[in-house]
Design a protein around this ligand. Structure first.
Ligand SMILES: *[C@@H]1O[C@H](CO)[C@@H](O)[C@H](O)[C@H]1NC(C)=O
Length: 249
């Protein structure tokens, strides 16, 4: 390794060495650090998983469901010590969304951008009307690369305004407990018409369906405006034809 002139530079070179050492064939990963842009290959074709807490998990799940490359979303509890938490008794856990994605189509860094844009990380003890520790802001990381990217983007957010503190915690993901079925795809289930439109999928299929994740985002109006309009017109078209089942968008 090249000689570094300062501890910060040394740390950066170590992180770089780690990235290059762990890079396998597969997806391209772009990492911006210290003003440099690095592109490495990582991950192969296997889906990757990211977990975030950013307020009510009903909305959090919808915030990620419409992104190109997101394969599945689900909600649960993490970050606490209580075994088997439940919605009415989650103790020290946070409400979370688990995002499964194809790293060839969307990168962890882009998920982080959506994380920051989808809540107010400066709010203390909740988000808007949702008050409490369970609504805290957390990036749950798996490995050094995710932790490094999380820290870099947190610094970037903090630098935008130093008059208040970014409350977001960055911590390794421990146990993730899936939430009860009624909290999965909550926004979609608020619109029974949409649930019916995709054939009243059983819970298990709702959990694993990319289409359900997308429609869950649509139901919450969290797809980009153009996509919202596209889905709306497709639904109108289908309804006019007398209710066949929507298979894809
Ligand atoms: C953490 O990442 C490794 C690969 O880097 C993967 O095999 C493992 O399943 C991941 N764990 C979680 C909880 O996503």
């Amino acid at each position: 390794m090249a000689r570094a002139s300062s501890p910060a530079a040394a740390a950066f070179l170590c992180a770089l060495a780690f990235l290059l050492a762990t890079a396998a064939s597969g997806a391209r990963l772009t990492v911006r650090a210290g003003g440099e842009v690095l592109t490495v290959r990582a991950g192969g074709g296997a889906p990757a998983t990211a977990v975030f807490a950013l307020g009510s998990f009903w909305r959090s799940e919808a915030a990620f469901g419409c992104l190109h490359g997101v394969l599945r979303t689900s909600v649960g509890y993490a970050g606490g010590s209580k075994a088997n938490p439940e919605y009415r008794n989650l103790a020290d856990h946070a409400e979370c969304v688990k995002v499964e994605y194809d790293p060839r189509q969307i990168q962890y860094k882009q998920l982080l951008d959506v994380f920051w844009a989808s809540h107010d990380p400066r709010e203390v003890f909740g988000q808007g009307p949702d008050v409490g520790n369970q609504y805290r802001s957390v990036i749950f990381t798996n490995g050094t690369l995710e932790a490094r990217l999380a820290a870099l983007t947190k610094e970037r957010e903090q630098a935008k305004d130093r008059s208040s503190v970014i409350t977001t915690k960055i911590q390794p993901l421990g146990a993730f407990y899936p939430a009860e079925p009624e909290h999965q795809k909550f926004e979609l289930k608020r619109k029974p018409f949409l649930v019916q439109l995709i054939g009243n999928l059983p819970e298990e299929e709702l959990l694993s369906s990319t289409l359900a994740a997308k429609l869950n985002a649509y139901a919450a109006e969290l797809c980009p405006p153009k996509t919202q309009r596209k889905i709306s017109s497709k639904i109108d078209e289908i309804a006019k034809k007398g209710w066949p089942i929507l298979r894809d968008i």
